[in-house]
Design a protein around this ligand. Structure first.
Ligand code: FAS
Ligand code: PHB
Length: 388
């Protein structure tokens, strides 16, 4: 089989790239290891920057997002006693959209057949070949082996996929920081405790009150890496969330049965070698941010905006400036998002190695944010997403 662009992975990166290329009439195919149900059931990001919502609108797959998504014109930081509201719309003229990554993924997969975007689910043993010559991708499906010859390979296969590993070790430039804690998350069909997100660094540590709709809430608390979900019976988690959010939220925490509970580790990671030969990496295959800044999904979208523009310019006019400059352009925005995510993680979490002084520094920083419109503007413009 032949195609122009072979895309590995049907997460937000692969799906957005596939749709953008098909909208430009460029042949491509997506190879996904998991089943469609598995991909469509993953619970992940919740906050979309305009970079992401603009792509959904450009593709014309934004109807459900417009109907069900929540426009958020502000969000809150808290020190356990008071809310510090960051009025992102007044300070930046923009807003964010609360609409789950799960829903965005479902919308993009549902729209694929009508737009000639082929997604091969349950594609096993995906391997990349001859990246600097005539590239191809091999895989097996239902026990039958396949090979696809292509012009380019897009590595949209997330942090654990094969694309990054296909790049020769001597060319690799990577940077990593692992955080000494994780986020225990819970999803439940209960009304949010507050109309906007609250990130709290209270006396008991970090907690985030988010939502998916007016009737579905998403909460997180910081937990040591030694903890397991089994250590957190639902009642214990609701008790902890009530302790942290009842004093500072509009409605207090409403309890209900958990639809999902999981612990995610936090890391900052950048793999700067985002292109090698005819392979281009996008999304989590090239970078990871701690979810504190709500940047992960949105960085995947900006990578894909740059990469799709570059591929379209190549096919439409033989212009390869975008492809040659892809990594440098993407990395400029990636590193600024890594900085913001790292900054907010350091500001809002209790680090085991920190003492009372470091906690007072955090409280002083929050007090400064509360009193400085300049600082609030800095936080607001990074939270809504820097321009492409
Ligand atoms: P994904 O990881 O989403 O997609 C990669 C795809 O490639 C997957 O479908 C995978 O099955 C497939 N794949 C992997 N190996 C393969 C192989 N060998 N062959 C074929 N396919 C293969 N971001 C936020 O902004 N906010 C959050 O709250 C947040 N929470 C998160 C919680 C968790 C547990 C995780 C893991 C991530 C979270 N993220 C969050 C980040 C997340 O949303 C990512 O940024 C986003 O999924 C990136 O999309 P992709 O780059 O498409 O990668
Ligand atoms: C979420 O709703 O899942 C969410 C929101 C904001 C974040 C991280 C996660 O920073």
């Amino acid at each position: 089989m032949k195609t122009k662009v072979a895309i590995i992975g049907s997460g937000p990166s692969g799906l957005l790239l596939g749709h953008l290329l098909r909208a430009a009439g460029i042949e491509c195919i997506i190879l996904e290891r998991q089943t469609r149900d598995y991909v469509e059931s993953r619970i992940r990001a919740g906050v979309l920057e305009t970079v992401t919502t603009d792509l959904m609108r450009q593709l014309g797959v934004d109807q459900r997002m417009n109907e069900e998504g929540l426009i958020e014109e502000g969000f809150n930081l808290a020190d356990g006693e008071r809310l510090i509201r960051i009025d992102i719309t007044r300070l930046t003229g923009k807003h964010v959209m609360v609409y789950g990554q799960t829903e965005l993924t479902r919308d993009l997969i549902a729209a694929a057949p009508d737009r000639g975007l082929e997604i091969v689910f349950e594609a096993k043993d995906v391997a990349l070949h001859d990246l600097e010559g005539s590239p191809s991708v091999s895989y097996s499906k239902d026990g039958i082996s396949h090979r696809i010859e292509c012009d380019f390979i897009a590595g949209c296969d997330g942090f654990h996929g094969p694309s990054r590993k296909a790049i020769p070790a001597h060319l690799v430039r990577e940077y990593e920081r692992e955080y000494p804690f994780g986020w225990l998350g819970v999803l439940a069909d209960v009304p949010p405790c507050h109309p906007e997100l609250i990130y709290s660094n209270g006396p008991r540590g970090f907690a985030l009150a988010s939502m998916r709709s007016a009737t579905r809430s998403r909460y997180y608390i910081q937990v040591p890496l030694t903890e397991k979900v089994e250590d957190w019976p639902e009642e214990r988690l609701w008790d902890e969330l009530a302790l942290r959010f009842d004093p500072i939220s509009e409605r207090g925490v409403t309890r209900g049965p958990a639809l999902e509970m999981s612990i995610a580790p936090l890391r900052s990671y950048v793999f700067e070698t985002m292109q090698h030969g005819r392979l281009f990496l996008a999304g989590d295959s090239a970078h990871i941010v701690p979810p504190t800044g709500a940047k992960g999904l949105n960085l995947a979208a900006s990578d894909v905006a740059y990469l799709s523009d570059a591929l379209i310019a190549h096919y439409r006019g033989g212009d390869d400036a975008g492809l040659n400059g892809y990594a440098a352009r993407a990395l400029s925005r990636i590193w600024k998002a890594e900085r913001f995510s790292w900054y907010l993680t350091k500001l809002m979490h209790r680090f085991p190695e920190d003492g009372a002084f470091e906690h007072r520094m955090q409280l002083a920083e929050l007090d400064y944010v509360a009193s400085s419109e300049a600082m609030q503007t800095v936080i607001a413009e990074n939270y809504v997403g820097l321009p492409l």
